[in-house]
Design a protein around this ligand. Structure first.
Ligand SMILES: [Zn+2]
Length: 285
């Protein structure tokens, strides 16, 4: 992780700036708050910016609400063996990111000149394709295990509802397939809004697709998707004071499920078959 990123991080308790420690040592193993002296561990170059995890230094806040047991399991479970260059991952990610980029450009913004924060980056199948499109991108996730296998450079372990950054820290905050795993989605949207200077982007499953709905019914950790319709997400954005810039559905390829030999055929059907599997919603502050 680079110094510019360290300079952007803020103490969760007091908002203070952080100093890498040990000073002049061989490798940074913690970040210490300059104001309140709380120390945040750094594991494999990934700052552990979570309230309630083991902290060195002074006492700390109450542990986070991680949700029900099946949800906790999901957070620590590594995604399937598919890598970012898998045909289904490409077919899932690239057209959606094309839509996002076209919308940003239509609004007069050049992604190459923008800083972005990705929430729930996991093992990095979206990060790998989103990263090169922005001037800079920071990958974040609740799970250090997932981030460890994410090949991206700038990474931080944090909670999407309590981000270790000051207001307006990034030009753009993006989350892919995360909001439906959060206990109180509004809390995360408000937090994304707080740290974004302008754009907020969501890629989420579309419950109005019958197969996606069935998946949500059968998989306990995916139950949150049962409310994820385009109108619900648009309404949530409106309730959070966001101005919608794109609201559409897209795609029939499931990044971790569609068998490779079917990816081409399924992609070719996308313009003709509805309802799509995913929602793509963008908004500004
Ligand atoms: Zn502090």
């Amino acid at each position: 992780m680079n110094n510019d990123h360290i300079k952007m991080l803020r103490c969760l308790e007091c908002g203070g700036k952080l100093t890498p420690l040990p000073e002049g040592g061989p490798a940074m193993d913690r970040l210490s708050c300059e104001a309140c002296a709380i120390a945040y561990p750094v594991l494999d170059s990934i700052p552990q910016m979570l309230a309630g995890r083991e902290m060195r230094g002074s006492g700390h806040a109450a542990p986070l609400d991680m949700g029900k047991p099946h949800q906790q399991e999901y957070w620590e479970h590594e995604l399937g063996p598919r890598q970012a260059d898998h045909a289904a991952i490409r077919a899932f990610a690239l057209p959606k990111l094309d839509l996002v980029e076209a919308t940003l450009r239509a609004l007069g913004d050049d992604p190459k000149k923008m800083s972005a924060l990705e929430i729930g980056s996991g093992s990095g199948y979206l990060t790998a394709w989103a990263g090169p499109r922005f001037g800079s991108l920071t990958a974040s996730d609740y799970s250090t295990n997932r981030l460890r296998i994410n090949p991206h450079g700038e990474k931080v372990c944090c909670d999407g509802t309590r981000l270790p950054y000051s207001d307006d820290a990034f030009d753009c905050v993006i989350c892919g397939n995360v909001l439906h795993h959060v206990s109180v989605p509004k809390d995360m949207v408000m937090e994304m809004r707080r740290v974004s200077r302008k754009h907020i982007i969501f890629l989420e499953p579309n419950r109005n697709n019958p197969l996606m709905y069935l998946y949500g019914l059968l998989q306990p950790a995916e139950r949150g998707l049962l409310k994820m319709s385009l109108s619900w997400l648009r309404g949530l954005c409106a309730r959070c004071g966001l101005a919608e810039t794109l609201a559409t559905t897209h795609g029939l390829v499931l990044p971790n499920k569609t068998p490779p030999p079917l990816v081409g055929t399924v992609t070719a059907m996308e313009p003709y078959l509805r309802p799509h599997f995913y929602l793509v919603v963008m908004a500004t502050k």
